[in-house]
Design a protein around this ligand. Structure first.
Ligand SMILES: [Zn+2]
Length: 497
């Protein structure tokens, strides 16, 4: 290694490691505003790649993008009781619209102008159900207007006390889908469709396996009838909720008078869904794949997929390799890949390797005079393995390597998850597992909130989901893992982010 190791090993301190990976890869930084992060270009590029893939999927399924105001009249929140309760403790409120000069010096030179107080304070959106459904009430008249399928890409603010880059920040970026349907069945179909769409994105793009299922009453979204979620297991064996999709029932429709005329001429409230994923996915990606050398990015979402590093000593070699390097870059770009040719003169190849590694670049091509003479380049993989490939046909070799890496990352993450899951444990085994190495614990659940609360209090574990059929154990549990009462559903517990 050309540089001293700057990253804390995972085994020593996972949380430190996570922060170090982000800093080294220049994904984000702490901002002067407490709890808010700056997403740096490398991180923002990754978000853009996620956005593009997700946006295509969202639009392919019939949704259209729109944009609603950042500010929501405070009274809107009062209309749906559970919703206001869920968000009351973490909202930013705008109360004034002007500053004025005080005539004093320094920090006191300006102050809020008391005469500019708003008649009705505005909430900075923590989520947009209220303002969107207020508009739906205006736009929906008849069953012919349904389903209404909208999506918004936006920023939201939730006043968090304990924050962590990407995982929990006061302001974050996301998409929020909002739809209206004629009946429960159609809303349910939509909520499930989106859950499947998110899963496909997590698995095919992020190479991150997820468990899907329903949230329990205590974990569902404030104001929802049912919440579905996808849960992934991070390398420290803590769960991370990667996305949610809610069947909101008619709660918001009733609060905002969103009604439609049925085909038979009656008047009915619509059924709503809402669903979202956030910049938190970048944190999930980091904690699923990265290692003690830094970021590991799945090829499909790597801001740079290939770094070409020339190895030259003489001016003549430099000239020759510059020409070849530029040509290889062009060929790779023609094949649709994101490529950098690292022709920096002030750095040794080893230092460049180290840097690209920390940035998570899946494939590096090393080109030296000797390789050139034999008509080949060296293809080095981020996770290890170096082999010469013929200079003719580099794009095919690189594309194949990227596909293999994408598949290998997913397989490794799924293998790790399964090795860190237990099924059918007794209460004692469960406690030992959760408080010990941790992971996903499957077991019977009686459905009682008291059991859930007790488990949380004693082990810090929560029910992540009541898993969908394909994730359930072969034999359905008969009794509650905790209290021994009859089980109404299998549950997956874990400590979570
Ligand atoms: Zn129980």
């Amino acid at each position: 290694m050309a540089q001293a190791q700057k990253i804390t090993p995972r085994a020593k301190d996972f949380s430190e490691w996570y922060g170090d990976v982000i800093m080294q890869a220049q994904l984000a930084d702490y901002s002067p505003v407490r709890g808010c992060m700056v997403i740096r270009p490398h991180g923002y590029r990754m978000w853009e790649l996620m956005q593009r893939a997700l946006d295509d999927m969202i639009r392919e399924t019939g949704h259209r993008n729109a944009y609603f105001p950042l500010f929501i009249p405070m009274s809107f929140f009062a209309k749906e009781a559970q919703h206001v309760e869920g968000f009351a403790k973490e909202v930013a409120v705008v109360t004034h619209t002007r500053l004025r000069a005080t005539g004093k010096q320094g920090a006191e030179a300006i102050a809020v102008d008391p005469s500019s107080a708003l008649e009705e304070p505005l909430v900075v959106r923590p989520t947009s159900e209220t303002i969107i459904y207020a508009m739906f009430a205006k736009w929906i008249q008849s069953y012919r207007d349904l389903p209404l399928l909208l999506n918004q890409w936006a920023n939201v603010v939730r006043w968090e006390l304990r924050t962590r880059l990407f995982l929990r920040t006061t302001e974050f970026l996301w998409q929020e889908g909002h739809t209206a349907h004629v009946d429960e069945a159609d809303a349910e179909r939509e909520a499930r469709l989106i859950l499947g769409l998110y899963r496909r994105f997590a698995e095919e793009w992020m190479a991150m396996p997820v468990i899907t299922g329903a949230k329990t009453e205590s974990e569902k979204f404030a104001g929802a009838l049912r919440t579905y979620a996808l849960e992934a297991l991070m390398q420290d064996n803590k769960a991370l909720q990667a996305g949610t999709s809610h069947n909101l029932g008619q709660n918001f429709a009733k609060a905002f008078e969103v009604r439609y005329q049925t085909a038979a001429g009656g008047l009915e409230y619509v059924w709503n869904t809402s669903w979202g994923v956030t910049t938190r996915l970048i944190g999930a990606l980091i904690m699923t794949h990265s290692d003690d050398n830094g970021l590991v990015a799945p090829p499909k979402l790597a801001p740079v997929q290939v770094a070409i590093v020339p190895i030259w000593k003489t001016d003549e070699e430099k000239q020759q390799l510059s020409a070849i390097g530029s040509r290889v870059k062009e060929d790779l770009e023609k094949a649709g890949l994101r490529v950098e040719f690292d022709a920096r003169d002030n750095m040794k190849p080893g230092a460049k390797y180290f840097e690209w590694e920390g940035l998570g670049v899946p494939v590096r091509l090393e080109i030296g005079p000797r390789d050139l003479a034999s008509g080949q380049v060296v293809l080095a993989r981020r996770l290890g393995g170096k082999a010469p490939v013929p200079l003719q046909g580099v794009p095919a070799s690189v594309t194949k390597a990227l596909d293999e890496i994408q598949a290998a990352l997913f397989a490794a993450a799924r293998e790790r998850r399964e090795q860190n899951s237990i099924r059918g444990a007794t209460k004692a085994q469960f406690i030992e597992f959760i408080k010990g190495r941790g992971g996903f614990a499957y077991g019977g659940f009686c459905g009682r909130g008291t059991c859930e609360a007790e488990i949380k209090q004693q082990t810090n574990a929560t029910i992540r989901v009541l898993p969908d059929p394909e994730f359930r154990s072969k034999e359905a549990p008969k009794t509650c893992m905790w209290c021994g009462a009859p089980s109404i559903a299998e549950a997956v517990w874990a400590q979570a982010y």
